[in-house]
Design a protein around this ligand. Structure first.
Ligand code: GDP
Ligand code: MG
Length: 363
């Protein structure tokens, strides 16, 4: 079970270009084979500096990064929530992802038509958002009337749910995403159960030309919307990234040097998508393999161990733990042990981002 980031946006915003660049940039982590599960669904390794440093120190035979799945979701248009342009099918796909990368067209190109004829990122964002909000309002409408009916006949749960549903409805009706709302635990649970499209974490991907990178005519508009929503922005030259993804790692490094860039913007895109999901990464070294793992923040040690193998969760005894920083300071596994830096943690331990875990178990 992996985590999925859906790529959304208007037609001709550059979604498929970016998806294809992600899919063909497989050489970025040499040991991990990219796989396309489906023409529009692919898995990418998450770039991870800590993992690279650990690999440099431990020199394992095999390095396995953690992964993120991307889905290229066909373009939304006005009226999608009413079924326009296969709208409902697309909205259904969006419902199944964990986070959204909203690609916004910020490049001018005579040869590529814009569905709404002019370049206007702010308007484009609003069109997509409006469709998502309208779809959520439909979802909510059914729930509100059901709850109202049940509340009338004295259903306590429905009575408790009503103000929460009303608050969500009011916010959507104002044209705002459900994501900004927070409730008490019960309310939060109800909000999650509705699986609203606008409750998903979003980041913006400004797809720019090289010219726009310097001129910044459209980028500020995207940044303004993102700031208002406390959403991250990644600026990317879609066609440039697509070209770069075709290069060998050596050629790509050369290309980046010439451009004065540290890394492809795609790496940033993957990291931001991963970062939105409130996941943490921990590491294991078992035999010849150094591996990164992903769990939701707040996961206890036995459940984290269960990601590695179900036996490890079932027969969990303890975990020996060292943070990446401490490990890096110690310089080697032997030095870390010698200095007594490896802690022993039990079943109640909550795994922290960057932990290196040695799981002791018995079945
Ligand atoms: N000039 C330019 N063209 C781009 C860029 N990104 C995508 N395109 C072109 O725009 C068209 C639509 O892109 P596509 O990725 O299919 O958009 P989608 O409909 O959002 O999936 C294609 O012809 C792309 O080559 C870009 O950054 N600059
Ligand atoms: Mg496409």
């Amino acid at each position: 079970m992996g985590f999925v980031c859906g790529i959304i946006g208007l037609p001709n915003a550059g979604k498929s270009t970016i998806f294809n660049a992600l899919s063909s940039a497989k050489a970025q982590v040499a040991s991990y084979p990219f796989c396309t599960i489906h023409p529009h669904q692919g898995i990418v390794p998450v770039p991870d500096e800590r993992l690279e440093k650990l690999a440099g120190t431990l020199k394992p035979e095999k390095v396995t990064p953690t992964i993120l799945e991307f889905w290229d979701i066909a373009g939304l248009v006005k009226g999608a929530s009413q079924g326009e342009g296969l709208g409902n099918q697309f909205l259904g796909h969006i419902r199944n992802v964990d986070a959204l990368a909203h690609v916004v067209r910020c490049f001018e190109a005579e040869s590529v038509t814009h569905v709404y004829s002019t370049l206007d990122p702010r308007r484009d964002i609003e069109i997509v958002q409006t469709e998502l909000i309208l779809a959520d309002l439909q979802t909510l409408e059914k729930r509100v009337s059901k709850a109202a009916h049940q509340a009338k006949v004295g259903d306590k749960k429905a009575v408790a749910e009503t103000p929460v549903l009303q608050a969500i409805n009011d916010r959507l009706a104002k044209g705002l995403p459900a994501a900004g709302l927070s409730f008490s635990e019960e309310g939060q649970k109800l909000l999650r159960s509705l699986e609203l499209l606008t409750a998903k974490p979003v980041f913006y991907v400004a797809n720019v030309s090289e010219k726009e990178l310097k001129e910044r005519r459209w980028i500020p508009g995207v940044e303004e919307v993102a700031t208002r929503e406390k959403a991250p922005v990644v600026i990317i030259c879609g066609d440039l990234e697509a070209e770069m993804a075709e290069l060998s790692p050596a050629e790509r490094d050369e290309f980046l040097r010439e451009m004065g860039l540290r890394e492809p913007a795609l790496n940033q895109l993957i990291r931001v998508g991963y970062g939105l999901l409130d996941l943490i990464t921990f590491y294991t070294t078992v035999g010849p393999e150094l591996r990164a793992w992903t769990v939701p923040r707040g996961t206890h040690a036995p459940q984290a161990a269960g990601k590695i193998h179900t036996d490890m969760e079932r027969g969990f005894i303890r975990a020996e733990v060292i943070s990446f920083e401490e490990f890096a300071r110690a310089g080697s596994a032997a030095a870390a042990r010698e200095k007594g830096l490896i802690r022993v943690e039990g079943k109640e331990y909550i795994v922290q981002d960057g932990d290196i875990l040695y799981v002791r178990f018995h079945v």
